[in-house]
Write a protein that binds this ligand. Sequence first.
Ligand SMILES: Cc1cc2nc3c(=O)[nH]c(=O)nc-3n(C[C@H](O)[C@H](O)[C@H](O)COP(=O)(O)OP(=O)(O)OC[C@H]3O[C@@H](n4cnc5c(N)ncnc54)[C@H](O)[C@@H]3O)c2cc1C
Length: 385
Amino acid sequence: MKALIIGSGMGGMCTAIALQRFGIDTEVFEAIKEIKPVGAALSLWPNGVKCLNFLGLKEQIRALGGTMRSMAYNDFQHGKALTQFSLDPLVATTGERPYPVARAELQAMLIDNYGREKVQFGKRLVAVEQNENGVTASFEDGSKAHGDLLIACDGTHSIVRRYVLGYTAERRYAGYVNWNGLVTIDESIAPAQQWTTFVGEGKRVSVMPVAGNRFYFFFDVPLPLGLAEDRSTLRNDLKRYFSGWAEPVQRLIDQLNPDTTNRVEIHDIEPFAQLVKGRVALLGDAAHSTTPDIGQGGCAAMEDAVVLANELQINSLGIEDALLRYQHKRADRVKDLVLKARKRCDVTHGKEKAVTEQWYEELKSETGEHIINGMCHTIQGGPLS
Ligand SMILES: Cc1cc2nc3c(=O)[nH]c(=O)nc-3n(C[C@H](O)[C@H](O)[C@H](O)COP(=O)(O)OP(=O)(O)OC[C@H]3O[C@@H](n4cnc5c(N)ncnc54)[C@H](O)[C@@H]3O)c2cc1C
């Protein structure tokens, strides 16, 4: 059996590694010539980490991950903790640690584990065809590839999604802009082993540790779509949006490097139930695009990869049947994650001011139990819990 995998992001590479481990032939096609991940870092929660463990990458992911022992929400003006608690109960319940990791390092690790020489860069898929014998992928450079199935891991702007659904699923602007990057850890900004978030005015500023003595940081501000802002205005923009915020936030803005800080207008896509068409399956952001508000988009892609590979490995009624079983196992889970993230997004970013104000109030009496229970519930819904 040969699988054509489109896209070498974390969804594509986890799928390729999983199938390779089961002895299934794979070919990976990536549109761009050199991988440049969007975003500086991301948090991998135990459901995602367990998928990487399952792929034999336990030690590698541990080496890339920051040590995150506690979590705190701070008041935006004074920087004082509204709540601060240990993440040990989350680790004890789920059986694994969360690992914030630099994206470029995660991507390189996955590609190297699969075999960098086997990824065909500069191959942009433009069309898919299938019949009862297999699938043909056509690329922009005029070349074609044939396989028994095709797994589309071509991200949020997926072109295969339209082929599978028969319509264009529009991306929905979530109402806020996110800036993210990496800085050297500075404990006058936040404790080195803590995920610290400053909240107020429907905005947030967050830092979490990744390996190499670095903080992954991000800023969120509710804003209209399409503002004329870029790197040249970045520091001034942040200074203006966070005027009056606590000293650690000002220090972070002073220390970040505008040249390596990303600005992203956050979108998601209304969940849909159809993830496959015959011998073609959508996976990762192609199948479910979420806001990053519960840090689960990449983790869900890893879950997809493990489930899809298992279905192909353990079932014997043919490829189309195995893909339908993948769809059956994943559609509700990924819908749940997208909608949960959207809900969290609205509360965090002041969609209804009164609801957000109430959340700030609730944080003052939060012991950690409520937040950790919510996170564990999300994490434990994964296939390897
Ligand atoms: C600001 C932000 C923060 C986030 N934080 C987190 C987090 O903390 N935790 C988490 O789990 N997730 C997080 N996410 C989500 C996560 O980044 C995505 O869910 C994840 O990258 C999806 O992986 P993917 O492989 O499906 O898609 P991608 O990573 O987008 O990869 C798709 C690949 O396909 C290639 N491609 C596209 N079109 C074609 C084509 N036609 N032919 C060939 N190749 C093609 C692209 O070049 C790309 O390499 C965050 C997202 C954002 C925006």
